[in-house]
Design a protein around this ligand. Structure first.
Ligand code: RAM
Length: 348
């Protein structure tokens, strides 16, 4: 087992399994890339991995998991994707998958609806479509592999910011792109929770801005937030690109240690800022496991082991057995909190 849990597990157990897995995974010696070489009889499955954008360490890590799964499955997988996290830019890649008659497309969608026509075409050409990380509308795809429940992700980020600002003051959100399904679902739940949970009665969300998962834009938006809201106490950035850029800005500014920052980040991108006191804690799941699980789910669909109906079950290598839930959703686990005490145990 890796850094992954499908049921509540003691922190110590998570950390132990995490470090064991990280040691065990190591580097694949440069051979994991295009996998390719032959299936186990009957021809290798052909799959395409389409992240929101390329050049984002989060997706580099999920693709690494996908390649590992493909190798175990004797499947071929290729990563393609745009530079910018926009839906238009993803459409041409989906069209290519349909034209090539690939067996499966695994994608993190930049928009819930805008990709659906292209996905429909692909599905008509018998391509199985699995979303992971960011879903489309459920009718468009066969399965969504969800990293954690939206409620859990929203609740975790509010819990962390509240702790860090002493339960009161102005906060802002620095998000990814304005039509990202995943971030928008989390933001909506945070807004509801802020409005309804008496624990957060003294916290006011004063602004939500978008860095489009571009480093420089996210950095600039952080600067603008601080200028526009002189009383700001904290920022939640539910994107690994945003939180890393915001941390870099804060780390070199007078606001370091005064304006709290939390959200969703990768340990490797955030380590420096946790160690230098800019960031106290943040959350995430293991993107490698997410890509790994999505690839096993796609293979189970292609092989006819599952159809995507609620109650279907399939095996995902070392991660064990998973069950398809309502609306064709497969759940990886729960978000995990990183801080100065544990960040040294992780390498992704
Ligand atoms: C960024 C992307 C991705 C999201 C993570 C938390 O890498 O926006 O979709 O899940 O952050």
């Amino acid at each position: 087992m890796k850094f992954h849990t499908r049921r509540p597990t003691a922190l110590a157990a998570i950390l132990l399994t995490a470090s064991v897995a990280l040691t065990a995974c190591g580097d694949d010696g440069g051979d994991g890339g295009d996998s390719g070489s032959g299936g186990d009889g009957g021809g290798a499955l052909s799959m395409t991995m389409l992240p929101k954008n390329l050049g984002n360490p989060y997706f580099d890590t999920s693709t690494k998991g996908a390649e590992k799964a493909a190798e175990e499955l004797g499947a071929e997988i290729e990563e393609v994707g745009p530079e910018a996290a926009s839906p238009d830019a993803q459409v041409s890649y989906i069209n290519t998958v349909a034209q090539q008659g690939q067996d499966a497309l695994i994608l993190s969608a930049n928009d819930p609806e805008a990709l659906c026509d292209a996905i429909d075409e692909a599905r008509s050409a018998d391509v199985k479509v699995v979303t992971f990380d960011a879903d489309t509308n459920p009718e468009c795809r066969d399965l969504f592999v969800n990293q954690a429940t939206a409620e859990g992700i929203a609740a975790k980020q509010l819990e962390l910011i509240s702790e860090q600002i002493g339960g009161e003051g102005e906060i802002a959100i620095l998000s990814a792109s304005a039509n990202a399904t995943n971030q928008n679902a989390w933001i909506e739940m945070m807004e509801t929770e802020l409005a309804e949970n008496p624990d957060y009665a003294n916290i006011e969300l004063v602004d939500t801005v978008y860095g489009d998962d571009e480093d420089q834009k996210s950095f600039d938006q952080t600067e603008a937030l601080l200028q526009n809201h002189p009383d700001l106490k904290g920022i939640i950035s539910p994107t690994t690109v945003g939180i890393a850029a915001a941390a870099r800005y804060l780390s070199d500014s007078d606001a370091k240690g005064k304006v709290a920052l939390t959200g969703l980040g990768t340990p490797n991108q955030m380590r420096e800022y946790v160690e230098n006191g800019t960031v106290e804690s943040f959350a995430l799941w293991n993107p490698e496991d997410l890509g790994f699980l999505a690839t096993y789910a796609a293979a189970a669909l292609v092989n006819g082991d599952i159809s995507g109906e609620e109650g279907d079950t399939f095996e995902a290598g070392d991660l064990g057995e998973f069950e398809v839930g309502a609306d064709g959703v497969v759940l990886l686990g729960e978000p995990f909190t990183f801080n100065a005490d544990n960040i040294g145990d992780f390498d992704f």
